[in-house]
Write a protein that binds this ligand. Structure first.
Ligand code: DQA
Length: 145
């Protein structure tokens, strides 16, 4: 089983970016821990991709249709307005779980809207770094069922 993890804009800044909201772990530390967990606990392979550029995320989603069984995506701020990423998700048969570190519904009003959720398998938000692990568990459970 091959799972793609996509992190959108500013998630490369984890560790130093608003640590009171996003924690102090860097993205590479988080990805390393999640990759080990994926292999050791579920026997699945995790590939990761981060970009601050909308079009690169669109291309990564499109390309994933050739090899990935599922996609975990923290789209960052693109969550709230990227119709291009929404259309890319709709274009492929691979299930996508939208995930967020913070509870977007407990924050500013502009974060309450996601243009992506309706075309995703599900949404996980507000569990800090555990949102990634919960999303992986849910995807594996979905793919095995
Ligand atoms: C985020 C929430 C978004 O609103 C924000 O723009 C991010 C991170 C989260 O993981 O909590 O960049 O997706």
């Amino acid at each position: 089983m091959n799972i793609l993890l996509i992190n959108g804009p500013n998630l490369n800044m984890l560790g130093t970016r608003e640590p009171e909201i996003y924690g102090s772990e860097t993205l590479s530390e988080l990805v390393a821990a999640l990759s080990s967990y994926a292999t050791d606990t579920h026997g699945v392979t995790l590939r990761d991709f981060q970009s601050n550029i909308e079009g690169e995320i669109v291309t990564a989603v499109q390309d994933a249709r050739h090899w990935a069984d599922g996609i975990l995506m923290n789209p960052g701020a693109y969550t709230h307005y990227s119709i291009a990423i929404r259309d890319a998700i709709s274009s492929i048969d691979v299930p996508v779980i939208e995930l967020h570190i913070s509870n977007v519904h407990a924050r500013e009003e502009f974060r309450h809207t996601s243009v992506l959720s309706a075309v995703c398998l599900g949404v996980i938000a507000g569990f800090g770094r555990h949102s990634y692990f919960n999303a992986l568990d849910s995807m594996v459970r979905h793919l095995k069922s």
